[in-house]
Design a protein around this ligand. Structure first.
Ligand code: CTP
Ligand code: MG
Length: 177
């Protein structure tokens, strides 16, 4: 039973906590800090559209990486087998924010306005890049067989939609998605 699907999915969910926290923290932080600075400093790309848009801020990026790393290091203390190295939760956080930024860059190039939804990219893009960064350094973790990764993606998409709807209901976000 120890290495069964339930065990692997639970191990996966603990492993992705830094990426989840990094992805979610900016929404809260941006509401708390008074003024924010767009990560693209208001600049436009060759197509005349914003490089990233006002949804990506310096404050969001920094606090996302910091919060994901801090929570990830706490996870490592509580559950030592979760990561291969103390840098892994940091890489997961950096990778998550990288995906978030790349996603906005792609959305702006496709003419999608800031805040408008692109299903799948919005919910899973950050996780794909978090894995790309951390698995490049450490290889796939023990739980990562195709079925578990697929289930984790499905659970992540559902959690993303659910937490965003919750953030909208308590007034943190202006849109429910
Ligand atoms: N946020 C931020 N800085 C980041 C990431 C997110 O300040 N690096 C904050 C912004 O207030 C943003 C909110 O978190 O509006 C939700 O993030 P996200 O859904 O990724 O941004 P969108 O506003 O939807 O913009 P985009 O269309 O570019 O994804
Ligand atoms: Mg969004």
């Amino acid at each position: 039973m120890e290495e069964g699907i339930i065990w692997r999915l639970l191990a996966a969910l603990v492993y992705v906590v830094p990426a989840y926290v990094a992805n979610g923290a900016p929404v809260v932080v941006v509401r708390l800090v008074g003024s924010t600075h767009p990560l693209d400093f208001g600049r436009t790309f060759l197509d005349g559209r914003r490089l990233l848009g006002d949804g990506k801020t310096v404050e969001g990026l920094v606090t996302g990486i910091a919060a994901g790393s801090a929570v990830g290091l706490s996870v490592l203390l509580l559950s030592p087998g979760t990561f291969r190295h103390a840098s892994e939760p940091v890489l997961l956080s950096v990778g998550a924010m990288l995906g978030d930024v790349l996603g906005s860059f792609a959305k702006r190039r496709a003419g999608v306005e800031r805040g408008a939804s692109v299903p799948v990219l919005d919910q899973l893009g950050f996780l794909v890049t978090a894995f790309a960064v951390s698995w490049t350094a450490f290889g796939p973790p023990r739980w990562a067989d195709p079925l578990t990764v697929a289930l984790l993606m499905a659970v992540t998409a559902a959690l993303h939609v659910g937490t965003n709807a919750g953030a909208y209901l308590i007034g943190l976000k202006d849109r429910w998605y």
